[in-house]
Write a protein that binds this ligand. Structure first.
Ligand SMILES: Cc1cc2nc3c(=O)[nH]c(=O)nc-3n(C[C@H](O)[C@H](O)[C@H](O)COP(=O)(O)OP(=O)(O)OC[C@H]3O[C@@H](n4cnc5c(N)ncnc54)[C@H](O)[C@@H]3O)c2cc1C
Length: 437
């Protein structure tokens, strides 16, 4: 323990769980049969089930743990209009056909529209706001790279993006840390666990069986019928959707070797004095930066605390390891926060893919939506929705993420032993970029 940064009430659980804590509630019995069985009860699984229910198709959601155990109640709550795609944590823009890239950005923009609509239609009380995002340039040359992407973002994703020079940066953040940056107006923020709770309630209102503590252990097909075995009994289903993202395991080895689970970590401060809270992020936007190993942060929904995240390590580590690192990153940006105490620190898994793109599709007859690449509140909600519409034969346009090409890598079989080395390498590259800027 590093006692001077931890509040006496410190807990190593998400701040968001103060409002909704993942729970198994009263266990819903696993039905013997359903038209569609969905593996994984995060945003993707629930959004798929909800859309299926709207088409009169009965679905069961099978969740191995408590409802909301995965990344969906642990994230930073920053919602992008899909503009994060096409840039992996390596900072590299993948080599995609420009037409396909535009379609993907356009779908990303639709994902933002979907979440906006869902929250309104289902009356989800989750502090949903659209104040925009500021992405700080970590190095001088990053500012130039950001400038070059503006036209594409505005054209394909209607991002409302513009550059802010370093001299005007204090209009966005009470810090001189960055070399200017980009504002993306079409971005929002929410309380991730309350959004999750709202989706869950919407599913329940439509009679969807959402089964906690029902780990799927085996999936086998006989003719047109799938038999999905769980720790609490088996379900027969016509279609199966895999929505396990950063928690994809041995159940689906062909998918496991296509996603790399990477840990992301967050800290939340104690309540700050009012003059500080008002000044830190004057326009109440969400913030992130152009580092390969990026940081992302925002004020809490009630505006009283800093909620600060980043890949302090690429693997799951104890809060005693991750929190001091994030604290250092936070106070480097905001020296005025030196001395404040942390009340929460937590971690969760995101899923990166070899081509740094989200994917949906079918493999061996199983539907999947996987690979948020770090930004999945809108995107995984959207891919679940798109998968449901595909099953319901209601999709009125082809989703740009629905392709047969979901690459694996000859040197990766699903065990990400290399992550600490890769993390160290990218941190070094980040530092060099800044030094040589
Ligand atoms: C710390 C952190 C910060 C983040 N910040 C942001 C952010 O600010 N903005 C943003 O857009 N995104 C962010 N993300 C990403 C976002 O949270 C995820 O993309 C999104 O929640 C993924 O939803 P999902 O439904 O695909 O997966 P999850 O919510 O992870 O759910 C997958 C579920 O599958 C279950 N499962 C696995 N195997 C089985 C099995 N065999 N049987 C049954 N169930 C199984 C797991 O228990 C898990 O609950 C962040 C993620 C983390 C971890």
């Amino acid at each position: 323990m590093v006692p001077d940064i931890f509040h006496r009430d410190f807990t190593p659980t998400p701040y968001w769980w103060e409002a909704y804590k993942p729970s198994a509630d009263e266990l819903v019995e696993v039905p013997r049969a359903a038209r569609v069985a969905i593996v994984g009860g995060g945003y993707a699984g629930l959004s798929a089930a909800l859309e299926l229910a709207k088409h009169g198709i009965d679905a069961v959601v099978l969740e191995a743990n408590e409802l909301g155990f995965g990344a969906s109640t642990r994230n930073g709550g920053a919602v992008s209009g899909g503009v994060n795609i096409a840039k992996s944590f390596t900072g590299k823009v993948p080599d995609i056909d420009p037409g396909r890239l535009r379609s993907m950005l356009s779908d990303g923009s639709d994902a933002f529209g979907l979440i906006d609509r869902l929250i309104e239609e289902e009356k989800i009380d989750c502090f949903w706001e659209k104040p925009g995002r500021f992405v700080g340039a970590w190095a001088k040359k990053h500012f130039a790279w950001q400038s070059q992407r503006l036209a594409l973002l505005n054209d394909a994703a209607q991002s409302g993006a513009y550059m802010v020079a370093r001299e005007r940066q204090r209009e966005e953040i009470a810090s001189d840390y960055y070399f200017g940056g980009t504002v993306v107006e079409r971005s929002g923020k929410l309380h991730p666990a309350l959004y999750y709770k709202g989706l869950l309630e919407a599913c329940r209102r439509r009679g969807v069986a959402v089964c906690a503590k029902a780990a799927v252990t085996k999936i086998a097909r006989t003719g047109n019928v799938w038999r999905v075995a769980t720790s609490r009994g088996a379900v027969s289903a016509g279609d199966v959707v895999i929505a396990t993202n950063g928690y994809t395991g041995e159940l689906t080895p062909a998918l496991k070797k296509r996603v790399i689970p990477i840990a992301s970590h967050i800290i939340a401060t104690e309540e700050l004095p009012p003059d500080l809270t008002r000044s830190l992020i004057p326009k109440a936007r969400t913030l992130s930066d152009t580092k390969r190993v990026l940081c992302y942060y925002r004020m809490s929904p009630d505006g009283t605390r800093m909620v600060f995240g980043g890949r302090a390590r690429f693997t799951q580590v104890d809060a005693t390891v991750s929190a001091p690192i994030l604290y250092r990153y936070m106070t480097a940006r905001f020296p005025q926060l030196r001395g404040v105490k942390l009340t929460h620190a937590w971690t969760g898994n995101v899923a990166f893919t070899i081509d740094a793109l989200p994917h949906m599709g079918e493999r061996d007859g199983l539907h999947y939506c996987l690979g948020c690449n770090g930004s999945g509140i809108a995107m995984m909600t959207y891919l679940g929705w798109q998968t449901a519409r595909k099953i319901a034969r209601a999709a009125n346009y082809a989703c740009a993420y629905d392709t047969e090409d979901f690459p694996d890598h000859p040197l990766y079989s699903g065990n990400p032993w290399f992550l600490p080395v890769v993390g160290g390498y990218y941190r070094l590259r980040d530092n060099l970029d800044r030094l040589l800027a």
